[in-house]
Design a protein. Structure first.
Length: 212
């Protein structure tokens, strides 16, 4: 049911743009943010916050190659050899449950890389090109002999996070913090790849992400 609602939401979004802004999608792009760069240091806690909110049920997670298909938190844990902790049903307090060291230590394995996808479209009514970030993706990182190995984690839709009661905030030079949406509207981070000449090259690269 959630999958169908998410698909309906996306189709509604596109139809709304088509009617109200003469929507014409020009391209989609996927970028990688290396969180080990000093320029990206203010985003290093974002993957853990995304996963904590996922654990708490504040937003859904979706499969990397099937971004409209919801991935249950249990399935996410199982993929990486983890499991839900055994607690008495009447003692569960989800905020505290998801902050336990078992989860927080695991979530830190996702603190080296973050991906996002944006759509760029032409607003004919104002004769300007606009962009919108669709989703963020976390990556599980393992240190190898010479470099890090990154494995695709779940996807989180920006619209769902914007609608959450407790959104994620990141540090900002002009204020104490601002939302993820504001951060991606006026990015202060560095991406690994330059913008591709066409989306097919970028999407082909995205599809090569390891998935186990």
């Amino acid at each position: 049911m959630r999958k169908n609602l998410s698909l309906l939401l996306l189709l509604t979004l596109l139809c709304t743009y088509a009617r109200s802004e003469n929507f014409m999608a020009t391209d989609t792009f996927t970028y990688t943010i290396n969180l080990d760069f000093d320029k990206n240091a203010h985003l290093r806690k974002v993957p853990a916050e995304l996963l904590k909110g996922y654990c708490q049920g504040r937003w859904n997670g979706y499969y990397p190659k099937y971004e409209m298909n919801q991935c249950l938190f249990d399935d996410f844990l199982e993929r990486f050899g983890k499991y839900q902790l055994t607690v008495d049903a009447d003692q569960i307090c989800w905020p505290d449950y998801c902050k336990q060291s078992y989860f927080s230590d695991f979530f830190q394995q996702f603190s080296h890389q973050l991906k996002f996808r944006e759509v760029v479209y032409f607003d004919a009514s104002h004769s300007v090109v606009k962009r919108e970030v669709l989703w963020l993706q976390v990556c599980y990182s393992v240190s190898g002999a010479d470099n890090w190995q990154h494995y695709s984690g779940p996807i989180f839709w920006m619209r769902e996070m914007n609608e959450a009661a407790f959104p994620i905030f990141v540090p900002n030079m002009q204020a104490k913090s601002w939302t993820l949406q504001m951060e991606f509207n006026k990015p202060r981070f560095r991406t690994n790849e330059p913008r591709q000449e066409n989306s097919q090259q970028q999407l082909k690269k995205y599809d090569k992400a390891e998935e186990h």
